[in-house]
Design a protein around this ligand. Structure first.
Ligand code: SF4
Length: 453
């Protein structure tokens, strides 16, 4: 990719755009009017379809100033313990409401910090999910964990519970940057956590790293990547900090003046990219990297890479069960989101109701646009006419969007031949700009998203 941000890309890079982990994005969801619609979707499950589940644990033991997640800091365990009991009841509610399915292919814990749960509670939660949603043999069980507060007992519990992959929120190894974002975690903590995770039999280790934080420079971003690669994680995601204090109030702890502009962010992302490639990793989609023999790399090579709420995945399941406050689920007919506030979520479960508060039924056109956007985000190329025909549309159904992509050609962000749209390798980091051409919801939702770079 270019060493510095090309002048022609500067305005595009400053645009507020979705990350396209779904289309339409969650800002298009509307309030759910009772459970009837969702229960209809659940009853209409297809017996041959595998399912996945996402479990959100909305608690942390510390608040990082950059955090963009739904979470609350807790210091006493009673609130988390009570939450765990409600979570178990929610698993039962979903299991009872689901129509026939082919078992759970992928189970993902995020947050917040799943390791805010006590080790025994995490073990019992995994067991309940595995029993009631019928975890398939060989399924992936992944957990995002905060290495700064990760106990050896929790790691051992994760291993015993059958966790197959752990994602550690490393973000940066630079102590000064850590101090500026309120996330102090000495390198030795991460090193010891990785050693223990592997010793506990968890085969996959992912790292999340960040650029664009206050105090970050291309030099210290490169240094963090090189230090991370000494621990040989299987996958690394390199995210740009999204400064959206109008949505995440605690981000006011980070002054806008402390942050690099688009040129600085580009240089930092570029430094990370160079170090990842030099370390022998391959690029996956927008911002992920993996070892060449990792299943994600193989999926990308074979055209099986998928984009979902957890980022990039090889999980083929078309149905995602949302568990925990704010979790988003996907069904054949549309999306649902659980109540964001833990009290409202808990009260609904107490009444024996599925705790869904927002929803979106997708249209055939939504699904068509989603398919095009997903291919662009995963493969950086799509034959739009072919996708239209395969979904029963006229080959020219999205010609207006193809023409919008063609307008990007002069700036070197896309090439369009017939109805085939490609993102050049040099413009990989800008792929959201090309994907946005196919987003019919964008004008109404633009302000709610973060900058493209
Ligand atoms: S540990 Fe993760 S979820 Fe919790 S505050 Fe920090 S960034 Fe947010």
């Amino acid at each position: 990719m270019p060493a510095s941000l090309p002048a022609a890309w500067r305005d595009h890079a400053a645009r507020n755009l979705p990350r396209y982990t779904s289309y339409p994005t969650s800002v298009s969801f509307t309030p759910a009017d009772g459970e009837a619609e969702l229960r209809g979707w659940l009853a209409a499950m297809r017996p041959a379809q595998p399912i996945s589940a996402y479990v959100h644990v909305p608690f942390c033991r510390r608040l990082c100033w950059y955090c963009g997640c739904h979470t609350t800091v807790v210091h006493a365990y009673d609130r988390v313990g009570a939450f765990h009991e409600v979570l178990l009841r929610e698993v039962d509610l979903w299991a009872d409401a689901l129509g026939p399915h082919a078992g759970m292919a992928h189970l993902h814990f995020g947050g917040g910090s799943p390791n805010a749960l006590a080790p025994a509670d995490f073990r019992s939660l995994v067991r309940r999910l595995a029993d009631r949603l019928r975890l398939r043999p060989g399924a992936e069980v992944a957990a995002e964990l905060d290495p700064g507060v990760l106990s050896p007992a929790f790691i051992d519990a994760a291993g015993e519970a059958g966790v197959t992959r752990v994602s550690l929120g490393v973000q940066t190894f630079d102590p000064e940057v850590q101090a500026r974002v309120n996330r102090i975690q000495p390198t030795s903590l991460v090193t010891e956590a990785v050693e223990r995770i592997r010793a506990a039999g968890v085969a996959g280790v992912n790292f999340d790293l960040m650029y664009g934080l206050p105090g970050q420079t291309p030099g210290n971003v490169r240094g963090s990547v090189m230090r991370a690669l000494e621990l040989r994680p299987d996958r690394v995601a390199v995210f740009g900090y999204a400064h959206v204090p109008w949505m995440k109030k605690h981000q006011v702890m980070i002054q806008e003046a402390e942050l690099a502009g688009v040129d600085g962010r580009w240089a930092q992302a570029e430094a990370a990219d160079e170090a990842m490639l030099a370390g022998g990793y391959v690029r996956i989609g927008l911002d992920h990297y993996a070892l060449p023999d990792d299943p994600l790399s193989r999926a990308a090579e074979a055209g099986r890479l998928r984009r979902n709420f957890q980022g990039y995945t090889d999980d083929p399941a078309p149905v995602l069960i949302p568990v925990g406050p704010s979790s988003i689920g996907r069904f054949n007919e549309g999306f649902v989101q659980n109540a964001v506030a833990t009290d409202a979520w808990s009260a609904a479960i107490g009444r024996g109701e599925l705790p869904v508060f927002r929803r979106l039924a997708v249209t055939a056109e939504d699904e068509l646009r989603a398919a095009v956007i997903e291919r662009l985000m995963c493969e950086m190329a799509v034959d739009v006419g072919e996708v239209c025909r395969a979904r029963g549309f006229d080959a020219g159904a999205l010609d207006e969007a193809v023409a919008a992509a063609a307008d990007l050609e002069a700036d070197g962000l896309a090439t369009v031949r017939g109805r085939t749209v490609r993102v050049p390798e040099a413009a990989r980091r800008m792929m959201r700009v090309v994907a946005a051409c196919f987003d019919a919801c964008l004008p109404q939702t633009a302000r709610r998203h973060a900058k493209a770079v």
